[in-house]
Ligand binder design. Sequence first.
Ligand SMILES: *Cc1c(COP(=O)(O)O)cnc(C)c1O
Length: 487
Amino acid sequence: MDETDDRTDDAILKHLAGLRAADLPVHGGRTMAYVYDAGLDGLDDLAASAQAAFAGVNGLDMTAFPSVVALENDVVGRAAAVLGGGPRTAGTFTSGGTESCLLAVLTAREHARRTRGVTAPEIVLPVTAHAAFHKAAALFGLTVVSVPVDPETFRVRAEDMTAVIGPRTALVVVSAPSYAHGVLDPVAEVARAAAERGTLCHVDACIGGWYLAHRRLADDTPPPPAFDLAVPGVTSLSVDLHKYGYTPKGASVLLFRDAELRRHGWFAHASWPGYPVVNATLQGTKSAGPLAAAWAVLRRVGADGYTDLSRRVHAATVRLVEGIGRIDGLRVLGAPEASLVAVASADPALDPFVVADEMRLLGWYLQPQPAFGGSPSNVHLTVTAAVADPDRIDELLAHLADAVTRARAYGPTVVDPGLVELAAALDPDALGPDEVALALQLAGVGPGGALPDRMAPVLAVLQALPPRLTERLLPEVISRMYVSAPA
Ligand SMILES: *Cc1c(COP(=O)(O)O)cnc(C)c1O
């Protein structure tokens, strides 16, 4: 905390604005991950007013704050209406995609235990499934059954999923689309197989669901394959409003086939001397701010507005993919069906992470995705409406071509093979503080967690390490960024 004693509103807000200056921009479309900008005038102001008006309202007790129920019914109803829901569809508004996925898994675990007596539950995940499902498995004690994907399309094969569904399977997950490659798993085939075996099937449409559902409403864009609750066998679906709903952060919807399924994930407690508890989500006290903001944005943009935004994002994505195809040395992974593009190198002399560094210097943030499970190292681009004008895409492509030229001149990052060999021999669980410090130093992370300007060399090292070692080291890097005692 800054110890100056200026406690005026101006000084406080100026300090906050100063901190923001070091962040990536959240508007303008140049930050192509993490942030979603509709580029619509006044939308953020409306959302901020709605958020402020409800910031103190507590969703913990919906009997005391009936506004929360009214807003949630509206928001869930709108999601159900565009995502194949019917009269029995039930839903929950959550704080984000991770919470929606966690609750889907928790619900399935409890459903399997209560209805089928499953005590050692498994969850079937394509390797491309979002990390949130691994988090859920770790938190809720499910065993992950991992299924490889087709190395060309990056879609899981339905028969590979079907082959591993067994009596202990609590949940089968498919992505529509996947985060890493923006492709849709074969939802209908997998959901049918799951239903035939009496297990639940979740569609993770967190990132692309809102976009695809509205693109489907436009008659001049290619309709996506069926992916939502209307598909037989699909029992739940997650969709994030804080992605292509362009609402403030903290907004996602988890839809269920019916309330009878949804109830398995709820927590009720009357065995303590305090207030009786019914929690539909993982939070207790829960600000209604994000819900009110989401409701306001949904109302303002409307189905026609989202359809128009989706149409523009689609055209921009097509233009981007075609343009990347013309840049020598780059290639798009798979055939993106939504608005997410993964760009790899077609030339060993060109390192995609160096391209990301060069783009950063040109004012664009592209997200590095390390090699994993048959997917080579690449950079991820999320196309949002703010970058969807043809001239903005052309500017992006021109900078990308420049970045490729510069990255070739810089050369690919190389990792010392001796280092990799050494790392492979380490037992991540047995590493003490000194070994961790040494490993981080070798990876190029400075004291205090300081990251270098160029991330490519660090990413190259992390990518070359066994994932379990990386999982041991990454929290250490982050941990070093925080002070260990209040100043
Ligand atoms: C973003 C995302 C999630 C997790 O959502 P958060 O809102 O970041 O918690 C889950 N699945 C997919 C496919 C996503 O893109």
